[in-house]
Ligand binder design. Structure first.
Ligand SMILES: [Mg+2]
Length: 242
């Protein structure tokens, strides 16, 4: 069936929110160091920074993505009790604020979206929650890309379940008024984007930045090795002549 809708993931697909991640790490480490010093606890900024970086690495691996939980884990490791909840929330807000401000759009992304829209494709954005309600929406809107989309769904907020549940995928196509066969999903994480799309009966294109050694595990119909290649691969898949 002819594809007339395209669903895009956000982080790592349209925007680079990874390359500058040291900036939110530094901000959080500064605040924790300051907090400890105020309590009369000896604290070394560089050790704290190292802990913050490691906590994120481990959190990503275990798909435990609530930043609040990450900071609590750090305080636990430092044997610090009674950390006020609002300080934990502040750390998370500063983290996402800094990440938002240091995120860059992949070169060519606005042009690609504009061209697809002009060709008549319906466009949906599907991104997982940042596990801090409202932040993903804020980051998406401040990227300047929202104007290209007919709808957006924050999985885990708009719908109860995050990816790879088929639920948020089905919600996007419902909003676009399309059937699964009429849509392709584009995303960079095969464990969430490709697995979820396949479960929802939607074809997918995987942006495989790392050249993942485990290969195409969930049946992506096309693979691009990064954003620069995406347009060619997508157009070939959609049968668009350039
Ligand atoms: Mg992504």
């Amino acid at each position: 069936m002819k594809k007339i809708g395209i669903i895009f993931d956000f982080d790592g697909t349209l925007v680079d929110s990874f390359s500058n991640r040291i900036e939110p790490h530094k901000k959080v480490a500064e605040l924790i160091t300051e907090f400890l010093k105020k309590r009369g606890i000896k604290a070394n900024y560089h050790n704290i920074l190292e802990k913050v970086i490691r906590t994120e690495e481990e959190g990503e691996k275990r798909v435990t993505r609530s930043r609040d939980e990450w900071w609590k884990q750090i305080f636990k490791e430092l044997n610090i009790n009674n950390v006020p909840e609002d300080f934990v929330t502040k750390l998370t807000n500063v983290y996402w604020e800094t990440l938002r401000d240091t995120t860059t759009i992949y070169q060519g992304a606005p042009e690609l979206l504009a061209e697809l829209k002009q060709k008549g494709y319906k466009l949906g954005l599907l991104s997982d929650t940042d596990f801090a309600p409202g932040w993903k929406e804020k980051r998406f809107k401040s990227s300047g890309l929202a104007k290209f989309f007919d709808t957006y769904v924050v999985a885990g907020e708009t719908t109860p379940e995050p990816k790879p549940s088929p639920q948020p995928f089905l919600e996007v196509i419902k909003r676009l008024n399309l059937k699964p066969e009429q849509v392709i999903h584009v995303g960079d994480n095969q464990d969430t984007d490709i697995k979820g799309a396949t479960a929802a009966g939607i074809d997918s294109l995987w942006i495989d930045w790392q050249g993942n050694p485990s290969g195409n595990r969930y049946g992506a119909k096309a693979i691009a090795k990064g954003f620069p290649e995406l347009k060619d691969i997508l157009y070939k898949f959609l049968g668009i002549q350039k």
